[in-house]
Design a protein around this ligand. Sequence first.
Ligand code: XMP
Length: 522
Amino acid sequence: MNSLDPQIVIVEMRGQLTQNIGRVLRNFLKVRPIILSPEKAAAYIETHSVRGIILSGSGNSVNDTNAPHIPASIFSQWYKVKKIPILGICYGMQWLAAFFESRVANIERLREYGPSRITVISTDVLFYKTPVEQTTWSDHSESVLNPGGAFRIIAVTGVGGVAAIASHSYNIWGVQFHPEATQCEFGEQILRNFVIEICRCTSNWEPSSVVDLIRGETVEAIGKRKVVLPYSGGVDSSVVAALLAPVLGNRLVGFTFDGDHLRHQEGVEIAQHARICRLHWEMIDLKTQFVNAVAAASTDGEKERNAFQGVYVSGIRNRAKSFDPDSGQILIAQGTLAPDVIESGETGGHRVVGHHNTGLEKLLPEYDFLHPLQELFKHEVREIGRILGFPQSLSHRHPFPGPGLFLRILGIVPTHELLELVRWLDWRVREITVAHGVYDEISQLVTAYGHLYMHGVRGNEPAKGCPALIRPFKTTDFMTGEPYYLTPTVMSELSRELVKDKRIGRVLFDYTPKPPGRTEYK
Ligand code: XMP
């Protein structure tokens, strides 16, 4: 095993939290995992040596006909022939139990959601350094009943269900709860016990070594081909650019579409960021095409995103063709991150929102894609940006969604004029929060225009105006998050500034957490 090779295979059974397992392993245990579908895991484990296997949770029931599964012949290879330690989490444990012929059933009384108490009833290395009574985090409707054969129950739930099982003869463990959830009190220790104590992994994940690793792997995958990079100027696509540009030189081109959806002075900033990454870059003017397409999609967010994506995809195709008209030997690189993949339902979980830049493979089937960052979370990519020498303004730039200002116009079809208005609102809000030193405290600051007339007064006259919405949002992984509360002084200055435009009658501050809110409004 090469010192940077993945040590643990996480088998993706289509769970919402699978990427979090990877995150805990990398960030806290310093161990590099690889997340693979059951089919890909089978192929990978056949040809690589790995120290452990984790079966993820899932939105499915083991009793569903299309539930994710591992063929018996392959699973037997893993635990019987190769004798690789295995941990099943939630659905992963249920799948293991069903495989060894225990019953898995939907019993109302045993269901759990959220914080859940467990009691450890048998000394086991999996619970090493954790107390007998502990709070975990669960989300399951089905439960394992009477695991038998080689399995022992090592912990029970507060409602009398099976919380954890072990078979030392097979080197297999299962937990009904989610140790990878941040809310699970001793989750990190439990994963540590599996990964370090049981699988004997050693530390091999440090962001500095990861730069060389990702660059090496990506450049190898590219071979002699050319690469186009749709470039937003944000930290994700900049990391991809900075990894590839020094090696590929003229074989890489980056471009940004101006669909009239960019922020004040953003073109200048993107050009500057491209220079930092040494990327050959150009801005392509598609203002009319984007605005016409999004406007034709009514005011429904998902339809607007699809319309945006349509123009985006044909823009990429055109640029790829002009970059390499003959050979078709071209790749499209993207700075897709783990949360984009999860929330778009690409891992098979529930679709929360379609991102304009996920699922492009289906829309551009004639090209091969590269997603060098797709197993990473935002803060990990920022750390890599820092190692690559990015200034703080780039490595910590607030994320800005691909469809940009189109997502900030609510309840009315977007026009150039309204885009100009939200561009101004966004700019003023950024300037004021920067001046008060709070902008960098916020993870993402969303300013939107809501087309909803409200009554007010201007001078002595009755007046009608629409609200500007300000959403200061704080998060580390963008999967969940909390509001960032502005002080009354900042709020009052913002309100007084934004109503200077007569179309704005109110300024509303949005302090909804995610969930149930999202960062963006659509
Ligand atoms: P939500 O609104 O789902 O956003 O909480 C999570 C993060 O994703 C960004 N976002 C997008 N980024 N294309 C992108 O590149 C998109 O279509 C898109 N939609 C949302 C959002 O701004 C936040 O940072």
